[in-house]
Design a protein. Structure first.
Length: 417
């Protein structure tokens, strides 16, 4: 009965979202169009709208029927929205990120100032990870949407922009309705911010003749051989792992390892997935902190009960001696076969090549009035709130720069008249 009620509630909510999307009329002329309603897009929209006069149109185009939905999956649903230790070494293209964000103290201060003024309270956990005090990602989504609406941001939900064409006075956007009608429309915008992700970014970049790097999933589970047995599904251990290619260590990580029937998951594996390729070797130490005295005690007692989960110990060798099981636990070897489709990747690796944009404004060099933010650029980072930190900060930079661009255009028009 309870499940049936929840299904009906979800269906009713979806029907209401479709109704709201259908009721929205896209303005004939837009001052700033934001393509993508995720973390970067919302931050860009808020920053732009708050910097512009009240009668300007700032419109977010989002394929989904709900803006900010991708935020809900971050941090295991708790939203690790930033990190107290925003080291640039945690990012790909670190020099570019540093040029945009200036220094790590300013980087963090700008993010915290934005969320403090949005009404957020937060707490700091291990390794500097920062979460909303509620430990609910929906808190971040709700306060961003509330602030956007207060600033006058409009949302064109259920509408996918399929191409963007620059011309002398701005850009022509072609978009398709995604709530049943599938009608195709065109609209003019003075300025545009590209804050999309994945294949959408690549498609739009091609229409703009922007160079992109190859795209692949990041911060995701890895498939491997041998596959862990099903009775280990859900087992979590603190471990150390080394990623090898052609016998050479590429990267090492320590942290939580999660066994799944299809392969390996957990934060440690997510971080390694940014580098891992099929054919690479993963060497895992399940007992990285074990001392010689603890080994001797286990051997003397002829048991691993105090060291390993019984099912993991059984997997390593039911009939083996304690010494052999401990040796195997120190070096479990897997061959990576790919990334798993059963766990949604948290980021997309790759995107628009960073050398094509100005670091002070995130404006495209050869396309004035076009700005790039968030995952649309070839920037990704390890787990810990770093990817969202880039989304927030790049959204702020792009949003403010776009607003200044609109003001400059309006000033030029007034002078001409």
């Amino acid at each position: 009965m309870a499940q049936t009620t929840r299904v009906k509630e979800r269906q009713a909510a979806q029907a209401q979202r479709i109704k709201q999307a259908q009721a929205f009329l896209v303005p004939d002329h837009i001052d700033i169009a934001i393509l993508g309603g995720g973390a970067a897009g919302l931050c860009a929209a808020i920053t732009a709208a708050e910097a512009l006069e009240a009668n300007k149109h700032v419109v977010v185009f989002e394929k989904a029927l709900e803006s900010g939905r991708t935020i809900l999956a971050t941090g295991g649903g708790r939203c690790n929205f930033t990190n107290a230790n925003l080291s640039f070494e945690n990012f790909s293209n670190p020099e570019f990120v540093q040029a945009v964000c200036k220094d790590k103290d300013t980087f963090l201060a700008d993010i915290l100032s934005f969320f403090r003024s949005s009404g957020l309270a937060w707490a700091t956990e291990d390794e500097g990870r920062m979460y909303p005090l509620t430990r609910q990602a929906s808190s971040i989504q709700s306060l961003l949407l509330r602030r956007a609406q207060t600033a006058g941001v409009q949302f064109a939900l259920g509408r996918e922009v399929t191409s963007i064409k620059p011309h002398k006075d701005g850009f022509t956007l072609t978009f398709q309705e995604c709530f049943g009608s599938e009608k195709i429309h065109e609209v003019h915008t003075s300025t545009a911010i590209l804050a999309t992700g994945g294949r959408t970014t690549k498609k739009l970049a091609e229409s703009l003749r922007l160079k992109t790097t190859s795209l692949r999933p990041g911060l995701c589970a890895l498939t491997c051989t041998p596959e862990p047995p099903r009775n280990l599904d859900g087992k979590r251990v603190r471990a150390h792992a080394a990623l090898l290619r052609d016998g050479n260590v590429l990267k090492q990580e320590s942290g939580e390892l999660l066994f799944r029937p299809f392969g390996l998951s957990g934060i440690m594996i997510f971080n390694l997935s940014r580098t891992a390729l099929p054919g690479d070797t993963l060497e895992i130490n399940l007992l990285p902190q074990l001392t010689e005295e603890e080994v001797a005690a286990a051997v003397h007692a002829q048991t691993t009960d105090g060291l390993l989960d019984p099912q993991i110990a059984s997997y390593l060798g039911t009939n083996d001696s304690v010494e052999t099981i401990i040796t195997k636990a120190h070096k479990m070897t897997f061959t990576i076969t790919g990334t798993s489709t059963k766990v949604v990747p948290q980021v997309c690796i790759g995107g628009i090549s960073v050398e094509q944009v100005h670091t002070d404004t995130l404006e495209v060099h050869r396309t004035p009035g076009l700005f790039i933010a968030g995952e649309a650029l070839d920037i990704d980072a390890q787990c810990g709130g770093f990817n969202l930190s880039w989304a927030w900060k790049s959204g702020m930079v792009a949003g403010l720069s776009a607003a200044q661009n609109v003001d400059q255009k309006n000033a030029s028009l007034k002078e001409a008249h």
